[in-house]
Ligand binder design. Structure first.
Ligand code: TYD
Length: 219
């Protein structure tokens, strides 16, 4: 069987990744592809437990290196249990965040640098490289506002866990995250497509469809 394709979504909190992931999944399914949607941190039972620790604002004083190690622990399990088997079975795997998030947030935001992230990726993820990465570029101030509003609504509805730990960071942190993302895109232009996400969801979706069809030879 032909190996599937691995497409990741990246961007700041509130940049519209999960909406766009859903839209792309629906469009590809209409075209007849088998699609698997997943996310990080999380995507497996163990990963979702790690996610709770990472995103709960009650998790206080987590060291940056411990934070990075937990991101990679969740990812290593996710690759073994979901991503790699999905690709082997020919699925188009759409993943909301992957190692670029660690390079942007822990490498850039937390100032751990890129090298340590890339070294760990090589060892713990065996260098698994997405076929395409959609980087949704969005103004840091605006995206944070969106993400915080969403979290407040979720908190009020009482439905969900608290997932606001990263959103408590300041503007300078998110400026560093965005900078790091744009550096990755510059370094790997054949993999990463930067999409301006300030338009309507429908406009952004059209740009993503164009990139997917131009860059991936889906069969
Ligand atoms: P996500 O659920 O995608 O949040 P949002 O929908 O708000 O974008 O991701 C959760 C948070 O985890 C997000 O603030 C980014 C952070 N994160 C890292 O810091 N490093 C990582 O490696 C990953 C995967 C996520």
């Amino acid at each position: 069987m032909r190996r599937g394709k691995f497409i990741t979504f990246e961007g700041l909190d509130g940049s519209g990744k999960s909406t766009q992931q859903k839209k792309l999944a629906a469009a590809l399914q209409r075209e007849g592809y088998r699609v698997l949607r997943t996310r990080e941190p999380g995507g497996t039972e163990t990963g979702e437990r790690i996610r709770k620790i990472l995103l709960d604002s009650a998790t206080a004083g987590l060291a940056s290196l411990a934070e990075m190690a937990l991101m990679f622990a969740s990812r290593a399990q996710h690759i073994a249990q979901v991503i790699e088997p999905g690709l082997v079975q020919g699925y188009v795997v759409l993943c909301d965040r992957f190692t670029d998030s660690t390079e942007a947030y822990q490498g850039g935001g937390r100032k751990l640098g890129s090298k340590v992230v890339l070294d760990l990726h090589r060892i713990l993820c065996r260098g698994l490289r997405p076929d395409l990465t959609v980087l949704l570029d969005f103004h840091p101030g605006m995206s944070l506002g969106r993400a915080r509003r969403r979290n407040r609504q979720v908190a009020k509805s009482g439905k969900h866990e608290d997932e606001s730990r990263f959103e408590l960071e300041n503007q300078a942190f998110f400026l560093r995250v965005r900078e790091a993302y744009l550096e990755i895109a510059k370094r790997e232009p054949d993999r990463v497509v930067v999409i301006d996400a300030h338009g309507t969801p429908a406009q952004t979706h059209r740009k993503i469809m164009e990139a997917v069809h131009n860059r991936l030879k889906l069969v």
